[in-house]
Design a protein around this ligand. Structure first.
Ligand SMILES: Nc1ccn([C@@H]2O[C@H](COP(=O)(O)OP(=O)(O)OP(=O)(O)O)[C@@H](O)[C@H]2O)c(=O)n1
Ligand SMILES: C[C@](O)(CO)[C@H](O)COP(=O)(O)O
Length: 396
């Protein structure tokens, strides 16, 4: 007998608004968790499963470049399709894209649940032999109250009958496609696919969910996620500092904090001479005991001539991620008589945050003049100082 074809839709088109991050931050599904982006973890969990025949990512059309940059490739990984304004709409886009190949079964998975295990995937597939739909559910441990205004309690629910729903949720493809098509034309928001199946009269069963299969929804979930990956090892905080100075030479702009600022001179250096990013790179390398920027990018190496210093900064972030660490915060001070820095500081924070894959709220860029004293005061050069704090697994 032919084995069943099992497609997986990974919905990743959300904006992650409950992460509380500003519009410049890396969306949660593209954020690194112990060095590996969340979406990569989720997709690879399914590609590694022997019963899965196809994986279809559904992405936000604004994130096409981010998805491309993940560099995922596998013969079972389909090109991504664009999602809609709600999770429900994104799932429907995924189902419609799979319609021509009409798999026997489809599993629908939140990109934001990267800890899905092979056992859980197998359990959901297995119970689909007896039901039209299946999902992991976790029994509730707290007593559950009902309130109409979020304040006054009107009832206490019988928690023995209640479970918290997780993904993957599995269905027979034809049934869930037609249920979703119908659900898309009624004025009701369905928060998961099992609810749509129930509404359409399909028989849905639960398997035991996994407490580690959390949905990364709020900022503290990333901390919990790192703990899950750490498997009980403890983290420790490290601090690093960096200092750099470059002199001026004739030119028309300086690069500072990854931002080009028009000026009557430029900074002299082998790369783009961005003192601020060099100081910050040294601070990050110092925090993890990885030497300094010159060790990793020797000035004698011609490939770094004129290079963008964001390359050096990203390298430091990659080294931290490879150690299973994360950057807690960075603080940069630029000492310059000219050009004026203050108006450019938010743009510098945004570039640094994007390069490091952290929220802009974790980056500070400040500037001061040197009160016309010394070589800085005479406008012969610019100094930058930085400090950085990182958390890394404790190894000694
Ligand atoms: N229009 C949407 C909204 C959500 N999702 C996906 O559905 C999953 C579960 O949604 P949730 O955790 O709520 O993610 P977001 O919608 O991104 O978060 P928020 O509600 O905080 O903005 C996520 O993987 C998310 O990317 C989607 O594909 N399309
Ligand atoms: C599908 C889901 O993850 C099951 O718990 C959940 O319903 C998604 O809800 P959200 O509102 O998109 O976070």
């Amino acid at each position: 007998m032919r084995s069943k074809s099992i497609a997986v839709i990974v919905v990743a088109a959300g904006k992650g608004e409950r992460m509380g991050t500003d519009g410049n931050a890396v969306p949660k599904q593209y954020r690194a968790l112990a060095g590996i982006p969340v979406l990569v973890r989720t997709i690879k969990a399914f590609l590694a499963h022997p019963q899965v025949t196809q994986v279809l990512p559904v992405i936000n059309s604004d994130h096409a470049d981010r998805y491309e940059a993940l560099g995922l490739s596998d013969r079972r990984l389909l090109p991504p399709v664009h999602g809609g304004a709600s999770r429900q709409a994104s799932v429907l886009e995924g189902l419609k894209a799979l319609a021509p190949s009409r798999p026997d079964l489809v599993l629908i998975q939140d990109a934001a649940r990267p800890f899905v295990s092979a056992d859980l995937i197998g359990d959901v597939i297995e119970i689909l032999q007896s039901y039209d739909g299946a999902l992991p559910g976790l029994p509730l441990t707290d007593t559950v109250k009902r309130s109409l205004d979020g304040k006054e309690v009107v009832a206490t629910e019988d928690r023995r009958q209640l479970s918290a729903a997780q993904t993957p949720q599995g269905f027979r493809f034809g049934q869930i496609l037609s249920a979703h098509m119908r659900a898309g034309s009624v004025r009701r928001d369905f928060t998961d696919d099992a609810e749509i199946a129930e509404w359409a009269g399909l028989r849905v069963a639960m398997v035991t969910g996994d407490p580690n299969n959390i949905k990364l929804t709020h900022p503290e979930d990333f901390v919990r996620g790192e703990q899950i990956l750490m498997g009980g090892r403890s983290m420790e905080t490290r601090i690093g500092t960096g200092y750099d100075v470059h002199s001026f030479e004739p030119g028309d702009a300086v690069w500072l904090g990854g931002v080009r600022i028009p000026h009557s001179a430029r900074l002299n250096g082998h790369s783009d001479a961005d003192v601020a990013l060099h100081a910050l790179t040294d601070a990050l390398l110092g925090a993890i005991g990885e030497g300094d920027i010159g060790v990793h990018f020797p000035p004698s190496d011609m490939q770094w001539k004129g290079a963008a210093s964001t390359i050096f900064l990203r390298h430091a972030a990659d080294l931290i991620a490879r150690q299973g660490g994360r950057i807690v915060n960075c603080d940069v001070t630029i000492v310059a008589e000219a050009p004026r820095i203050a108006t450019h500081a938010p743009a510098m924070c945004a570039v640094i945050a994007e390069t490091l894959g952290i929220s802009a709220s974790r980056v500070a860029v400040k500037a001061t003049t040197n009160e016309k004293l010394g070589f800085i005061g005479r406008e012969e050069g610019i100094v930058a100082m930085a400090s950085a704090s990182v958390e890394v697994p404790r190894i000694d």
